[in-house]
Ligand binder design. Structure first.
Ligand SMILES: NC(=O)c1ccc[n+]([C@@H]2O[C@H](COP(=O)([O-])OP(=O)(O)OC[C@H]3O[C@@H](n4cnc5c(N)ncnc54)[C@H](O)[C@@H]3O)[C@@H](O)[C@H]2O)c1
Length: 385
């Protein structure tokens, strides 16, 4: 994912058509970002035989277990930007999966659309079949799922070419939509953060700005409203106003999300919203949300800390989706999955405790914890091998 201020140059996010549950990519172009470190086990890019699109599978690490990470279908300035994005996303998945303790390594795939590529249903299907063929060459060391720009129904198409797919529709015997699990994980994380800030985990009367009322944001907003929180919400899709009204939430302009005073800012749209300018004036006590990589630049974590704003790392709090997918795939009971989702709160407490003890940001503490788990697994593999 992008860790660059360049994101701020995007005028609008993608349009989501609620009727089709699919991201409308027209007019959205991912800006160029710095190249990621090449610490990956394998990165393969093909020009899809059927679709002629650049398709990448980036396997970052399988030290802990076969990698798990979704497939993003997105529009980029050049195909090589899709390769770089897959590599960045894959290494982030290694961190997330290590802390989620699901026995999975990190990987990601990207189907890169050029600025002028037209993707009708036929070409979309062709690209997904091409992706399935590429995944098959990884011999089970990488498993895919839905991600931004793809749906669980797309995964059924990928499944025609490879069995290494999770998150198929529940009606087809799969794990189904992971957003409920993600929302629960963010919710318990919010409770921990509120407890940390106010010595009580009660959300009654606590105020939240939620930016993005999609699959996760809407479910989270419902939970927070039920808990008695005061909500300020927004989305680039005006159709979400109805949900705000149902919840008794106050609708604010998209641009006001970063300037409305509240206890917690909840980024639940796209990443990269916390630019230097946004952080300099953000009027909240904490940032906790599902959006991947909300920090537009790496030192944003230190800048938030310097302003006394507690930042709960994205890959800790939004791990509910992968926990749901991995455990459902393993046949775990709903009660066992629920317990593991609520355990995200314990992981966050461990991270915050380590950050305090070492005098580092929660982001640095979470990364150190994840790297430690991966290194231990790698050392175990070397000994066994
Ligand atoms: N779905 C999951 O289980 C899951 C898991 C982990 C992380 N995430 C991350 O959480 C975030 C939300 O995921 P989702 O599944 O709810 O996505 P989604 O596409 O269903 O919803 C995103 C919502 O954000 C809105 N949005 C986009 N740009 C915006 C902006 N600038 N301001 C306000 N609203 C904006 C969209 O209109 C949409 O309603 C994403 O960053 C995603 O990568 C999701």
């Amino acid at each position: 994912m992008m860790r660059t201020g360049a994101r701020a140059a995007i005028p609008r996010g993608p349009r989501i058509d609620p009727a089709h549950d699919r991201t409308d990519l027209s007019g959205v172009i991912m800006p160029t970002a710095p190249l990621p470190d090449f610490t990956h086990e394998r990165v393969s890019t093909v020009r899809g035989e059927r679709s002629s699109l650049a398709i990448t599978v980036a396997l970052h690490s399988s030290a802990i277990g076969p990698a798990l990470g979704g497939c993003r279908m997105w529009r980029y300035p050049q195909w090589i930007d899709g390769v770089a994005d897959a590599m960045r996303l894959a290494s982030a998945m290694t961190m997330k999966n290590a802390l989620a303790d699901i026995g999975a390594g990190g990987g990601k795939s990207v189907i890169a659309l050029g600025p002028d590529d037209v993707v009708d249903d036929e070409r979309r299907r062709a690209a997904l079949l091409d992706l399935g063929d590429l995944i098959e060459t990884f011999d089970g060391r990488y498993r895919t799922a839905e991600d931004v720009g793809t749906t669980e129904h797309d995964m059924l198409v990928v499944r025609e070419r490879t069995e290494h797919v999770v998150g198929l529709p529940a009606a087809s015997g799969g794990a189904g939509e992971p957003a409920e699990g993600t929302a629960l994980g963010v919710y318990v994380s919010i409770e921990r953060v509120i407890e940390e800030l106010f010595d009580s985990g009660s959300l009654v009367g606590r105020s939240f700005v939620i930016s993005g009322l999609g699959q996760v944001g809407s479910r989270l907003a419902e939970r927070l409203a039920r808990a008695g929180a005061q909500l300020f919400v927004t989305d680039i899709a005006e159709s979400k106003r109805a949900l705000a009204a149902d919840l008794g939430a106050t609708w604010i302009d998209v641009d006001a999300a970063l300037t409305t005073p509240a206890d917690v800012f909840v980024p639940a749209g796209l990443g990269g919203v916390l630019t230097p300018a946004a952080i300099a004036t953000l009027p909240v006590r904490a940032v906790v949300g599902p959006a991947n990589n909300p920090l537009a630049y790496r030192s944003g974590a230190e800048h938030l800390a310097a302003r006394g704003i507690l930042y709960a790392p994205d890959f800790v709090v939004n791990a509910g989706g992968v926990i749901h997918l991995a455990l459902t795939g393993d046949g775990a009971s709903p009660a066992a999955i629920d317990a593991r989702l609520r355990g995200i709160g314990d992981t966050l407490s461990e991270v915050l405790c380590a950050a305090r003890a070492k005098g580092v940001t929660p982001l640095a503490a979470a990364e150190a914890l994840a790297v430690d788990r991966v290194e231990r697994a790698r050392a175990g593999m070397l000994l066994a091998g």
